[in-house]
Design a protein around this ligand. Structure first.
Ligand SMILES: [Zn+2]
Length: 152
């Protein structure tokens, strides 16, 4: 048995949408995925990590495109995370080139996101959301979003 989630996360990690916009977007998502097992809003004081589970294939550098070692990434994730502050998204010096970047700007395949707020739909049976659907969602919500496809 495996399950799939879609997580829709504002692109700015600290951003929390206005409650009325969030409610309207939640209704939109419910209409889009009437057969989903559960649809909910996840909100927290601190920045959390929304992972893609078994869908993670590669992580690469946003500056030079080199592949990033998973062990390096795991250690960087641990040191960026603080019990009381969540993910701080500090700049890390990348192992491949001399550039630095915060962990939310690395290129994850599939995509993964950081944020204080997300919509979560369990087993929505939607496949990949179309650009048009994402744009409608952004208009309703009032901010840009990215979509995480989580497989567990
Ligand atoms: Zn690099």
């Amino acid at each position: 048995m495996s399950d799939n989630w879609i997580l829709i996360v504002p692109k700015l990690p600290e951003h929390v949408p206005l409650p009325k916009n969030a409610q309207a977007a939640l209704e939109f998502l419910k209409e889009l995925a009437p057969g989903a097992d559960e649809i909910e809003i996840l909100q927290s004081e601190n920045v959390q990590f929304f992972d893609c589970g078994a869908n993670l294939e590669t992580i690469s550098c946003p500056r030079c495109s080199a592949s990033i070692d998973l062990d390096w990434w795991g250690e960087a994730m641990s040191s960026d995370y603080d019990e009381s502050e969540g993910f701080r998204l500090s700049e890390f010096q990348l192992p491949c080139c001399s550039k630095s970047a915060p962990l939310n700007t690395l290129v994850y395949e599939f995509h993964q996101a950081f944020g204080r707020f997300a919509f979560s739909a369990m087993n929505p049976d939607l496949g990949l959301l179309s650009d048009e659907t994402i744009r409608s969602f952004e208009t309703t919500l009032g901010c840009d979003v990215s979509v995480v496809y989580q497989h567990i």
